[in-house]
Design a protein around this ligand. Sequence first.
Ligand code: SF4
Length: 215
Amino acid sequence: MNPKNTSKVLPTGRGYYLWLQKRRMLYKKLVIGRSVSCMIILCRNKKRILARKEVQSMIVVSACLAGFEVRYNGTHSLNETVRELLEQKKAVSVCPELLGGFITPREPAEIIGGDGDDVLDGAAKVVEISGRDVTELYVNGAHLTLMKAQEVGAAVVVLKEYSPSCGSAMIYNGEFKGVKAVGNGVTTALLRKNGIKVISEEELGDYLALAQIKV
Ligand code: SF4
C-alpha cells in the first residue's frame, strides 16, 4: 500500500449503499438549511431597505397646515406635527391654489357637479362664490403639485381635508352652505391617479406611527 495514499476506504456491498444514503441525507439537510437561512436574511434586508427608503423619502404637506397664511381668507390651518416635520426637513410644503395662479386673499370656491375626479374628467367644475369658473386654475395647480411631489419622490402627501384642491375624503358640496360631502379635491384626485398616496392631516399620526417616523 502506498503510504502517501490517505484517502478513506469506502465500504462495500450493502454498507456502501447505507453510507451513500447517509451522505445524501446530510447533504440535503445542509442545502435546505442554508437556503432557509438565506431567505430569512434576504427578507430581513428587504424589509430594512424598504423602511429606510420610506423614512428617507420626503413628505409633501399643504402649506396652510404648516402654518403659512395661504388660505382663501388669508388664514392658516396650523397642525403642529406638520410644522415639526417641516422644521426637521422631513417635509416640503405646497399650496396648489397659489401654484395654480391664485393670490391670497381670494374668493372661496367649491366643486359643482361632482368631485376632483369629475373635474379632471371634465364632468364637473370649480366655481367661486361670485360665479367665476376657476376650473383651469385648479387643474393647473394640481399638475404643478404633482410635478413637485414627483420631483422630491414623495412617500406620502398630506393635504388639508375639505378643500376643493386638497380634500382627500370630504369636500364642500358646491352649494356654499357649509355642507360637506364625500369626495376628493382636484389635486388629490390627480396625485392618486398618478399612484401617489394622499392622506389628510387627520390620518397623519397613524401614518407616522406605522412608518416609524419620529417627530
Ligand atoms: S389649496 Fe390646499 S394648501 Fe392651499 S390653502 Fe387650500 S387647503 Fe391649504
